[in-house]
Design a binder for this molecule. Sequence first.
Ligand SMILES: Nc1nc2c(ncn2[C@@H]2O[C@H](COP(=O)(O)OP(=O)(O)O)[C@@H](O)[C@H]2O)c(=O)[nH]1
Ligand SMILES: [Mg+2]
Length: 371
Amino acid sequence: MVYVSRVFLRKYGNFVDNLRFYVHGGSGGMGLPRLGGRGGNGGDVWVVASKNVTLKRVKEQNPGKRLVAGVGQNSSIRALKGEKGKNVELLVPVGIIVTNDNGQVLGHLNAESDRVMVAKGGSGGSFHSAFQPHKGQAKHIRLDLKLIADLGLVGFPNAGKSSLLTALSNATPQIASYAFTTLRPEIGKVMYPDHKQISVADLPGLIEGAHMNKGMGHKFLKHVERTKQLLFVVDVSGFQLATKTAFRSAFEAVQLLTKELELYKEELLTKPALLVVNKMDLPEAEEKLEKLKEQLQNPEDFYDQLPEDMIPKNYLTFKHIIPVSTITGLGIDHLKSSIRQSLDEDAVKQTEGFHQEKLQTLKSKALQHML
Ligand SMILES: Nc1nc2c(ncn2[C@@H]2O[C@H](COP(=O)(O)OP(=O)(O)O)[C@@H](O)[C@H]2O)c(=O)[nH]1
Ligand SMILES: [Mg+2]
């Protein structure tokens, strides 16, 4: 039983899109009463946006999730004004929002080198403080990757992503604009009877070889990072990008899409994923769907159909496979409820994780108090 749930965790929800850190500004140095000297201020803790950093890396490089800045130097006869303690800088990806444990926003890091001070060092001791130094600020902070939408559509051109977005959102999707990205994905809002809204981003169609940065592929994949879950969309009859390129079945489309994500950033495949099989109104769709489902049960048995370099290292397990037709409306309601279910499950897990961390902090605080 334990094993099963661990496998589940590895597959889904392993993507790091938030982190909690303990930050502590350095204490100030002592002042020198005899000569009216002033201790150096403690160092500050900063969070700084940088390219080519992922939250996963940040997590791996800071297992203790603690940042403590340097202590200010004491004032001495040789240096009446003590030196400032060392600052600490935590490099994080662009597009991060920093909050404290109460949910107050400390800063938005939307562009490279944007920075926010999260814990100020204590001031050094001086005449005004009877030469006693102050302690630095201490708190927990939370780093959250800003999302563009709850779900991101992943599919080759013509799979029916735009049609699906329209069918789901009962309205013309809006073109969104975000401070931290130059791309303009289309965002549709899915409404539920209890007034909950879920956003779905339609991204420029992925092409084979996107990881090699052909066409819009690379920029497209960047967007996928900023959605909680993936919604793969394939045409039940498969597709052919151009007369020169091979015809691909729906099964091959799924594998090619998986491979593109893997080559771009393997981490993306740890997000929960759903599969929409579109165009179920076409002839022989039912048979093709059955075949696709069968193939997805044991993908490895069917890999010989694929070019060697297009075989994914790990196949993706979809939480739901939903056949739809955006033209007749078949399956759209089922899709809506599957999406909702999947996101709700994830939200529960997230909240549990966050509470667990807070509880842990309280416990260790209580323990320190007792010692
Ligand atoms: N038969 C059928 N055609 C569809 C369906 N959904 C989309 N299409 C057609 O497929 C083509 C591509 O659709 P579009 O939404 O633009 O695909 P996108 O490139 O993935 O955004 C259009 O000609 C649509 O009319 C469907 O459920 N059934
Ligand atoms: Mg489109």
